[in-house]
Design a protein around this ligand. Structure first.
Ligand SMILES: [Zn+2]
Ligand SMILES: [Zn+2]
Ligand SMILES: [Zn+2]
Length: 229
């Protein structure tokens, strides 16, 4: 998701919202906000419709209550207006030795659980969202200043760092990672490792190396998506 972007939704008239939502439901899509057009109901009614979620079984984020000669009149949900995707940081790499995600633009390529430094020469250029986590993202992922790897910050005290001891996220931004509904164009199937609490590429788990020994273990992980170019 681009920096500064709001949660994308669907605009339609009140008379068609029901059929649009049944089509989404049949496709197994549940997490889409609606901005509904219903002219002539007045601003107060539109406010009340947004406040009480009158748009049906899907989140209601806006209501258009009048179309003027030159402008339309709408009300929008304040949380929807104020929640925007955070800035993104380039420079993240996949390591083809340990299968982990690490920050590749520092002079040090970190410490790889497979020995030596991480190897990012075959990697896409990944970018990580940081700051306030957008809707559908999990925040609190951190960069470890010892190994350069990405790990889940709330579990630092039980993490395992390939540079020895625990990962150290004290100098890190709070990164946010998409899960569940992965934005189109992102690479899915990144996993959290239950042993070291790092992020690694799940489909290659049998070739991975975990700092806690043997290979990473993504059992119990969300399916995470990573933005790349
Ligand atoms: Zn590595
Ligand atoms: Zn570390
Ligand atoms: Zn691991």
């Amino acid at each position: 998701m681009r920096r500064g972007q709001r949660w994308p939704g669907i605009y339609c008239s009140q008379s068609t919202a029901g059929s649009v939502q049944s089509a989404l439901g049949s496709a197994g899509i549940s997490n889409v906000p609606f901005w509904i057009a219903e002219w002539g109901i007045g601003e107060a009614q539109a406010q009340s419709n947004v406040a009480d979620g009158s748009g049906g079984g899907y989140p209601t984020i806006g209501w258009q209550y009048q179309n003027g000669t030159y402008v339309d009149y709408d009300v929008f949900s304040v949380p929807w207006l104020t929640t925007v995707s955070g800035p993104a940081q380039l420079g993240w790499n996949w390591c083809d030795k340990c299968q982990g995600m690490f920050y590749g633009w520092n002079a040090s390529q970190g410490v790889c659980p497979d020995g030596g430094a991480h190897g990012g020469s075959k990697s896409y250029d990944y970018s990580m969202t940081y700051g306030t986590a957008p809707s559908g993202y999990q925040g609190s992922w951190q960069w470890c200043g010892k190994c350069q790897g990405l790990f889940y910050g709330p579990q630092q005290s039980s993490s395992v760092c390939p540079a020895g001891g625990r990962h150290d996220g004290s100098g890190s931004y709070s990164y946010a990672v998409a899960h569940g509904t992965i934005p189109s164009g992102d690479q899915a199937r990144w996993n959290w490792c239950r042993k070291c609490h790092g992020m690694f590429y799940g489909p290659n788990d049998s070739n991975s190396r975990c700092p806690a020994g043997s290979t990473h273990n993504g059992t119990g992980s969300y399916d995470y998506g990573m933005t790349h170019r």
